[in-house]
Design a protein around this ligand. Structure first.
Ligand code: PMP
Length: 338
């Protein structure tokens, strides 16, 4: 029998998907790890699970306890699922600028949503800082603190990295992905760099415009330029999770390139994915061209497109941002196009 134990037993062990069109075009094997197949729908299920488990092991979180996090995105969704499965109360503090759909989704999953006015990170009323204070005030509560809680990168060191190594049978030349908290890149980099391989697996950070990390990798100073429609990625600081991570190179991907890739994946591969996956796959294609044919390059397909229906998949909204997806020409197999 192959049976998994509930939501928690279903997190991880996602397949690697070979992207046929891009692989043929570049002469490399371009593989996307299907994190959108996690039960809560994203790569962040792994982080949410490790944060809760770590707090349980250290007796910071006990039966009947509460998990508090400041997040508008996938970590909140992952935590809400896990809290439901483990019978914890879940409180999500989010800026009131976030879409009503996101708040509704979290409430549906049983989380208490506390919208607060948007404030910059340095402000004590920033949503993450409000979440930290709230957790201190409530007995038997933890602040998940995904940016600086190292249980986040440990999830990827113990699961995502080993799965990639195992599923490629060690035949991996490079790994590339964008970062939000940095947990994924940091955990995967640590695991792959420790493997016996000559040359070592090349680790590349993909960055959207408006994030300061491209400049950090290239020049050791965080500096941002421009902006991006992508959500959940990009950073204005080096988090505890990302600190001291071996990163060999970085590439910047602009929104037009990202949008074109998202629509190409939809039409060419039948994969409906979010913007961070567009950044990741565009970066993998860039890396394939830079490294030349014959290499195996792995990236992540972080979440599904449905969360972004009103934005990335809304032509009017895109046009308002000056973005028009370049659609690949239709390919008709096994018949004459009519
Ligand atoms: N893609 C999406 C859609 C995300 O929600 C996140 C997490 N915020 C990431 C990528 C980046 O992952 P990490 O936090 O591990 O850097």
């Amino acid at each position: 029998m192959d049976v998994r134990e509930g939501f928690i037993g279903t997190v991880g062990r996602t397949p690697l998907i070979r992207l046929a069109g891009l692989s043929a075009e570049t002469g490399c094997e371009i593989l996307g790890k299907a994190e959108f197949l996690n039960p809560g729908g994203s790569v962040k299920d792994r982080t949410a699970l490790y944060i809760v488990r770590d707090a349980e092991r250290r007796h910071l979180l006990n039966p009947g306890g509460t998990v508090v996090e400041g997040t508008a995105g996938n970590t909140g969704i992952g935590l809400a699922h896990i809290c439901a499965a483990r019978d914890y109360r879940c409180i999500v503090v989010i800026p009131d600028t976030q879409s009503p759909e996101k708040m509704e989704r979290l409430r549906l999953l049983g989380a208490e949503v506390r919208p607060v006015p948007a404030a910059p990170y340095a402000d004590p009323n920033n949503y993450q800082k409000v979440a930290g204070r709230l957790a201190q005030e409530i007995p038997n509560a933890i602040w998940a603190n995904q940016f600086d809680n190292l249980a986040n990168r440990q999830a990827h060191y113990e699961t995502t990295g080993p799965e990639i190594w195992h599923d490629t049978a060690g035949k991996i030349d490079a790994f590339v992905c964008a970062t939000g908290t940095g947990g994924t890149l940091a955990g995967v980099s640590r695991y792959l760099k420790e493997r016996e391989r000559n040359p070592p697996v090349r680790i590349v950070l993909a960055d959207p415009m408006g994030s300061g990390l491209y400049h950090f990798v290239k020049h050791r100073v965080v500096k941002a330029e421009g902006n991006s429609i992508t959500e959940g990625i990009g950073s204005s600081r080096v988090t505890a999770n990302l600190a001291d991570t071996l990163i060999d190179d970085a590439v910047q991907i602009d929104d037009q390139t990202c949008v074109d890739m998202v629509y190409r994946l939809l039409r060419e591969e039948g994969l409906w994915l979010g913007g961070s996956s567009g950044i990741n796959v565009a970066a993998a294609a860039w890396l394939a061209r830079e490294m030349g044919p014959g290499h195996t390059i792995v990236t992540l397909l972080c979440d599904r497109g449905d969360l972004y229906a009103a934005r990335l998949f809304n032509a009017e909204w895109l046009a308002g941002k000056g973005l028009t997806p370049k659609l690949p020409t239709a390919r008709h197999h096994g018949g004459t196009p009519v």
